[in-house]
Write a protein that binds this ligand. Structure first.
Ligand SMILES: C[S@@+](CC[C@H](N)C(=O)[O-])C[C@H]1O[C@@H](n2cnc3c(N)ncnc32)[C@H](O)[C@@H]1O
Length: 233
């Protein structure tokens, strides 16, 4: 098994509509801790999102596209409130199983969830001041160009897509580190498949360039890629 090439043929267990619903719900709930440990959103919030939202000088709306169990929505809602910013954070995910977990978990008052996909949100014509996503890009096959284009259409400010950077060190460390958190979930199998499905920074740059949008791809934290775009809403 080589991590030199991206393996987009792998299917994650959570993407099976017939997967065990209890394990799926446990997986979505435990993303909260895993994302806190590995996803680097503390840095991205402090260096990109908070300065942008503070610069607006007015109430703002942030969209988390593909919000899963909703942990990033809750975290951003709590962080913006703590920083004295008047921000509503909306999580959108078309999977009703994810929506059920997101809405069943206690959330700050400035967080809410919609069970819908990117294209339907564009159809609503309600722009956001920032659009973010976490661990969505590597999930998308042929849908990647449409989803990233929708993210630009939905934002009148920054667009930030965070994901895993594929690499053998990330794979090895995750394989060991996830062991205590994995029981009762799909975290081990799907996390390792996710790493093998993920882009290197150079691959993501190429994939996004092919969508026709203008993107900057960086590595804001270890084993992470961040694609930054400017919305056109
Ligand atoms: C690996 S999960 C990531 C969930 C969450 N963002 C996290 O970090 O834990 C990818 C999510 O993207 C969602 N998704 C897939 N296609 C989408 C689309 N077209 N619009 C919005 N969300 C989508 C899936 O339903 C899934 O919940």
């Amino acid at each position: 098994m080589s991590l030199r090439t991206r393996d987009a043929t792998l299917v994650e267990l959570m993407d099976d509509p017939h997967c065990d619903p209890r394990r799926l719900a446990a997986t979505l709930r435990r993303f909260d801790l895993v994302n806190r440990l590995v996803a680097g959103w503390g840095t991205v919030y402090r260096t990109r999102l908070r300065p942008h939202l503070a610069s607006l000088g007015r109430p703002a709306r942030v969209l988390d596209l593909g919000s899963g169990g909703g942990d990033l929505v809750r975290r951003l809602a709590a962080a913006t409130a703590r920083d004295g910013l008047d921000v509503d954070v909306v999580g959108a995910d078309p999977d009703p199983r994810a929506h059920a977990v997101a809405t069943a978990t206690p959330s700050p008052g400035n967080a809410r969830f919609l069970c819908t996909d990117a294209a339907s949100l564009v159809g609503r014509g309600e722009p956001f001041d920032a659009v973010v996503s976490n661990h969505v890009l590597h999930h998308l096959d042929d849908a990647l160009p449409a989803v990233v284009d929708a993210s630009l259409a939905l934002s009148q400010g920054v667009v930030l897509h965070g994901d895993i950077a594929r690499g053998s060190l990330a794979y090895g460390l995750y394989a060991v580190g996830i062991t205590p958190l994995a029981p009762g979930t799909f975290l081990r199998t799907d996390g390792l498949r996710s790493i093998r499905r993920s882009f290197t920074p150079a691959e993501l740059r190429t994939a996004l360039a092919a969508t026709g949008g203008s993107w900057q791809v960086s590595t804001p934290a270890p084993f992470r890629v961040l694609a930054e775009g400017r919305g056109r809403a």
